[in-house]
Ligand binder design. Structure first.
Ligand SMILES: [Zn+2]
Length: 371
């Protein structure tokens, strides 16, 4: 394993943060890139990365890693260090207010213009050509803040991978995934190995989150060139929501790491007997059908349904109680669907989104991701 340090742009004299990447296997074949805790206060992924590292160390020692596997066990040193009044705030950068998982640099048009004269009828050659040009373009993209240099470093390490796994979590949730619709055929096996109850599909959901920055290049280039040159969907990029924020246990993390290894073995990056494809325990639904449950009033929040419940439209999911008037406001599901995530706060502000139900029908439009 090769450990590489990537210094970030220093925001002030005397300070210097860095990203660390762990490199296993060899280049030239399939490449997987896995990062943990891009939202710095979402810790299940960091523990999964720890267990994954132990697995990869053992696999490397026994000569079984045949592809290239890059692991960034802690993807956000800025967010990891942000505490305010004893609360850990790892989702938004305190300097800019920007979400660490948005606004990744877009080099699609620039790379397309550069490589078009060299594209041909060999799909694999086109992929190699586009990857080299994309990596150069990302490396050359200008940065003038520490946050931008973190984004550029992460995208530079991942943009030429066949498989990208971005390990996150929700507040309280079942295992679920986000991926772009063109990735679903390749994502289905991953969902099975991970035991995901739900995969939310969208295309260009807005503001360029990390996973889409890695996958959208391919379907956008295909849309541009596909009738002249073969361009496959060469990157499966997935945001893996490892349940809830306090689901940080050795038992869960070791099992998740083993499931990721099984998937990588199934895909051919690790030698040995190919594991059987597990049965699906969930399905794929449109992100535009994932309905936020909002509280119209403020009060004490208590849930009547556990995460993972299949609910019907009109089912009461939670009560919001005004302690002064004793009035109880019922929060109902707007659709039939899977009650897959809910907040861990138990006080609701008026207008606050406190939970999500995934229906089967796309009902929402516009930007699909929350803050
Ligand atoms: Zn997250």
């Amino acid at each position: 394993m090769q450990l590489i340090r990537h210094p970030l742009l220093s925001p002030a004299p005397g300070t210097q943060r860095e990203l660390v990447s762990l490199h296993y296997g060899k280049t030239g074949g399939q490449k997987a890139y896995i990062q943990a805790s891009l939202h710095g206060d979402e810790l299940p992924g960091m523990l999964v990365a720890h267990h994954l590292r132990l697995e990869l160390d053992a696999l490397e020692a026994s000569g079984q890693i045949t592809g290239e596997i890059v692991l960034v066990p802690m993807a956000n040193p800025i967010g990891l260090s942000q505490f305010l009044l004893h609360a850990h705030l790892g989702r938004f950068e305190l300097m800019s207010g920007e979400n660490f998982n948005r606004h990744y640099p877009d080099q699609i048009a620039a790379v397309a213009a550069e490589v078009e004269p060299q594209l041909g009828q060999d799909a694999a050659a086109n992929v190699a050509l586009l990857r080299r040009a994309l990596k150069r373009a990302v490396a050359a993209s200008p940065v003038d803040t520490e946050l931008q240099s973190q984004r550029r470093t992460l995208l530079g390490l991942s943009c030429d991978a066949d498989i990208v796994l971005d390990l996150h979590c929700d507040a309280q949730a079942v295992m679920h995934l986000y991926t772009e619709t063109p990735c679903w055929p390749d994502c289905d096996p991953l969902a099975r190995f991970l035991g995901a109850r739900l995969t939310l599909l969208a295309q260009d959901s807005g503001d360029n989150p990390f996973d889409e920055a890695c996958s959208q290049v391919w379907w956008k280039w295909k849309a541009q060139f596909g009738n002249r040159f073969p361009i496959p969907q060469a990157c499966l990029s997935v945001t893996v929501e490892l349940r809830g924020a306090t689901d940080v246990t050795h038992e869960l993390a070791a099992a998740d790491a083993k499931n990721i290894v099984d998937f990588l073995r199934w895909r051919g990056l690790i030698s040995g007997d190919k594991p059987a494809l597990p049965a699906a325990v969930g399905d794929a639904r449109p992100l535009a059908g994932s309905m936020p449950i909002k509280s119209p009033v403020a009060g004490v929040l208590t849930f009547l349904q556990p995460v993972g419940a299949d609910v019907k439209a009109g089912d009461v999911l939670a009560h919001v109680i005004d302690p002064i008037t004793a009035q109880i406001t019922e929060l109902k599901s707007p659709v039939d669907g899977l009650f897959f995530a809910r907040d861990f706060l138990r006080f609701a502000n008026a207008g606050m989104r406190v939970a999500k139900v995934a229906g089967h029908t796309a009902l929402r439009t516009g930007k699909l991701l929350g803050a």
